[in-house]
Every structure is written in C-alpha cells, then in structure tokens.
Design a binder for this molecule. Structure first.
Ligand code: MRU
Length: 356
C-alpha cells in the first residue's frame, strides 16, 4: 500500500456536493477501508466512535462536518442557523482535544467575516476553509518533524504512547513526524510503541504506520514501560497532545502521565510534539482540562471479548494530564519550547497566525 506518512487520513472529495472520505481506523490493522460521510450525523458518529481520531485529525473532521451541516441551507438565515447548530452538535462529539473546538471557531469566524456575501459564496468559502485547515495541518506536521528530528540520535531508542502519527493528523503526524523526519535523514533507531489500553491505538495504529514506513518498531504492553526503561535502553520519549494549558500541563491519551513519571524516575527526557492549535491559552493549567470518560464496554468487552465480570464497574477516563514539570520540551511547528514555561508558551502563541 501507499506510504502511510502521506496516506489520506481524511479529505473532502469533490465539490460542494461531495463527501468526506476518511480511513475507518476502528478496522485497522486488519482492514484498510475508506468511510464516506455524506451527512453530519455520520461524521459525528465517526468522531465519537474513533473511526477518525487524534486531536488534529478530529479538528479537520469537525471543519468538514460544518460544511456537511450547512451545504443544504436554502437562504442566508438558514445558513447561519445551520452553522450554529452544526457547531454545537459537533462540539458535543468529544470533549478533550481542543483542536476540534479550535476548528469550529475558525469555521464560524470565516463565515461571520462574510456577512454580506451571497449564499453560494458562503458555502464555497467554508468548503475552502475546511480544505485549508487540512492542508495547513499537513504542512505543520512536516514542520514539527523538522523541528524535532535532531533529538533522535543514530542508534537510539525512542518510546511513544498512543498514536500521534499520520492517522491522527491530516498526514505525517506530530510525535511520529519527528521519527519520520529522522528516518528520512537516514538515521537508524528503534521505537517502542506502548499498546495503549483499552483501545490499543499504539499496537493497532502506531505499529501499523511505523512498520509500513520501514521503521524498526516493537510493541509492548503499557505495564512493561518501567521494566523496559530500566532494563533496556530508552533514550527519549515523544508523545502527542490533545490539549496543552497555558502553563504547559498536557492532556494526552490515558497512560501518558504514567509514562512521564517513569521516564522522570529513570532520567529519560520526555517530549511532547504538537501544533499550536493544540494549545489552550484560555485555561491556566491542566486542572481545567475536560477529561472524556468513555463506555465501560471498552474495558470490559474490548474487541468483543468479555474480560470483566458482568455487573462489575469500570472507570474509563480516555485521557490524563502530565504536569509541565515532567515535560522536557514541547516540539511545535515553530520550534522547541524548552524548558516548558508559561512565558515560553505565551511567546509561541503571541503570533496571531495560530488564532482561529
Ligand atoms: O482517543 P484518541 O485516539 O483520539 O487519542 C489520541 C491521542 O491521545 C493522541 O496522542 C493525541 O490526539 C495526539 S495526535 C497527534
């Protein structure tokens, strides 16, 4: 198959009467199937069920979902009514990744900036904006890779958690972009991919992507991290992010915080790679980041097998927050913020080009 670094995780096919096409990630690694979404309800379900997932990719999905929600409007009033409804609806799909809300805000702002435009112009402008968000994300991911590739030395070993690759973005990834860029320079290194319970994004998606791209990847269960860090060589950790507070506290897939604590105990540098659209400067620290709680079945009946007795409760937070103090640096499309501080982050965000 095509190199997954540039495979189309999500794209808009055709003109205004077209559709959103995405890889159905729930089927990987067994099956590579494209799901076509022609209405906002199908797209909402795709976000909710993690057919499309990863913070930047769901931002792109939300932007395209808005187009699905407004394209049948019959007049300007109906357009703005549908715009508001679509944004509220999509905002309720998943709560943690701020990229989704960032993209919705950007789509709204684009339409509101065109108050005097005709109906067809409004619709076309939103389709163009959604496509731009996708294309910008692809370019941003390349830049993140360039900004972080020097951290991976020849012969080193990197550990990552969840999937922050091409599948989690428009293409190429954030944490995995750093690895792809180092690999493209001919550097040889090994990667440990945590399996990432309960939905196994590390085993199913990261291992799939890296293996397809020819990188040396080994999957470990989440509870093996401490053992592997102590008994085998791990030189650095690179993970993605779903929301970064003003002080650098970072929400990412559940288990990331534990990896950071273990890395710190072993003196291993811990990096976060993320675009500036993942920063939420409206919240001072990680305590205010909403953490999604998902269904019991994901733990108790993962992939159809009952592993918890009927009637026993499960607690299933999908994300955790790693305190800024455990993060060695944040790799962005504008370079590295290290050490991680409110001032360093504020400087990065001051440039208005990242504001929706
Ligand atoms: O629940 P998911 O699969 O959407 O969670 C994804 C993650 O936590 C990723 O690490 C994060 O979104 C960064 S993606 C570049």
């Amino acid at each position: 198959m095509a190199d997954p670094r540039s495979c189309r995780t999500i794209a808009w096919a055709g003109g205004l009467d077209g559709a959103v096409e995405m890889i159905d990630q729930t089927l990987l690694p067994g099956e590579l199937k494209i799901l076509t979404c022609r209405d906002i309800e199908t797209l909402w379900e795709a976000i909710r069920s993690l057919r499309v997932r990863g913070a930047p990719a769901i931002g792109v999905a939300a932007a395209m979902g808005v187009v699905l929600g407004v394209r049948n409007s019959r007049n300007r009033d109906e357009f703005f009514e549908n715009l508001a409804k679509s944004c509220d609806f999509l905002a309720a799909s998943r709560p943690t990744a701020v990229n989704l809300f960032w993209a919705l805000k950007r789509m709204k702002r684009r339409a509101e900036g065109l108050r005097d435009a005709g109906l067809e112009q409004l619709k076309s402008a939103l389709l163009a904006e959604a496509r731009t968000i996708r294309d910008e994300d692809a370019a941003i991911c390349r830049a993140i890779g360039e900004a972080g590739q020097h951290l991976i030395a020849e012969g080193s070993t990197v550990l990552t958690h969840c999937n922050a690759g091409g599948l989690a973005t428009a293409e190429y990834g954030t944490a995995l972009a750093v690895m792809y860029a180092a690999h493209d320079r001919g550097r040889r290194f090994a990667v440990y991919a945590d399996e990432t319970r309960p939905l196994l994004q590390g085993a199913r998606l990261t291992a799939w992507e890296l293996a397809q791209a020819g990188l040396d990847v080994t999957v470990i269960c989440d509870n093996m991290v401490a053992h592997v860090m102590r008994d085998r060589k791990v030189d650095l950790v690179v993970v993605g992010a779903d929301r970064i507070a003003a002080n650098g506290d970072t929400a990412n897939k559940i288990g990331t915080y534990g990896v950071a604590v273990i890395a710190s105990a072993h003196g291993i540098p811990f990096y976060v790679a993320a675009p500036r659209s993942t920063f939420d400067h409206s919240i001072p620290d990680g305590k205010a980041i909403p953490i999604e709680e998902r269904a019991r079945e994901e733990i108790a009946k993962g992939f159809g097998v009952t592993t918890v007795p009927e009637g026993v409760r499960c607690y299933n937070p999908a994300f955790d927050v790693t305190p800024a103090g455990l993060i060695t640096g944040i790799i962005t499309e504008r370079g590295l913020v290290s050490p991680v501080s409110s001032d360093g982050i504020a400087g990065l965000l001051r440039d208005r080009t990242c504001q929706p």
